[in-house]
Design a protein. Structure first.
Length: 274
């Protein structure tokens, strides 16, 4: 069982920030904005999936996972709230969140599916976010020159994503989820998640006026496609999920643990799994 702590981030998200808040870099700002735009709807889906999945466990399993499920829901609810505040500033800057309505329709169209399918989708997406989160914690250049309070927000979120990476996967397994379904959903989520994020990034860049500038795509190539970039550098970790014996705990969370130890002044503890 994973011990999960719910934290309140002690960062001002009421004060507006510049459009190119990430070191003045158009692509990095647009890309992280696109990621943030996926979070409120996505994290509500994760919360609902885990909550419903936990209810279907046998009583002894429910008791065993109760505190972890509570911690997972608490962390994701906090992420949803924080990114809703961040996203409101993006709206005020004139950005349009096209992802949100599209994702809401997709979730509604799949509401009839067995909870194992929802957990498989949650587990797959959590694998992506855990990989991305660990990469961000290990690559300070991704947020180089970023507005300090926003840099803290992203690193805090990253640390907690690594921390709760096991929960949905373990629920899926406990409810008898099979390997073939897990892989099928993972491949689907890979295509949908990456295409949604990239489409929203392009939309954000169009609004910024930097979509067709050489420097924009030079920054994109460096961030995503360099040898140790966010996409190219994580192919091996992505492929790990395809193994039949895979478990998220096989990927370490050292960077997450270190950041949380070193930055206790940035948050307060509001809840903890017992």
């Amino acid at each position: 069982m994973t011990e999960l702590v719910v934290r309140r981030l002690l960062v001002d998200l009421e004060t507006p920030f510049p459009a190119r808040w990430n070191g003045g870099d158009a692509f990095r700002s647009a890309f992280f904005n696109a990621l943030s735009m996926t979070f409120p709807v996505g994290e509500q889906f994760f919360i609902d999936s885990v909550r419903q999945g936990a209810k279907q466990l046998p009583p002894d399993e429910q008791a065993r996972m109760a505190s972890e499920v509570k911690g997972f829901i608490g962390q994701e609810a906090t992420h949803r709230r924080i990114h809703a505040l961040f996203n409101q500033h993006l709206t005020d800057q004139g950005l349009t969140n096209a992802f949100e309505s599209r994702a809401t329709r997709r979730i509604q169209s799949q509401a009839h599916m067995n909870v194992r399918m929802h957990l498989a989708a949650t587990s797959a997406t959590e694998h992506f976010t855990a990989i991305f989160a660990d990469w961000m914690l290990r690559h300070p250049e991704a947020l180089e020159g970023a507005e300090p309070r926003l840099k803290t927000m992203w690193l805090w979120h990253s640390a907690e994503e690594s921390e709760h990476r096991n929960t949905a996967f373990d629920l899926y397994q406990s409810l008898g989820g099979d390997h073939a379904r897990r892989l099928k959903v993972f491949r689907y989520v890979t295509v949908i998640f990456l295409s949604d994020v990239l489409r929203q990034t392009v939309r954000n860049l169009w609004h910024d006026g930097s979509l067709f500038q050489w420097g924009t795509w030079k920054s994109a190539a460096k961030l995503l496609l360099s040898k140790d970039g966010l996409f190219r550098g994580n192919v091996g970790l992505w492929k790990d999920y395809l193994r039949k014996d895979f478990h998220p705990s096989q990927h370490d969370a050292v960077a997450s643990e270190q950041w949380l130890r070193d930055n206790t002044a940035q948050f307060s503890i509001v809840g903890q799994a017992a």
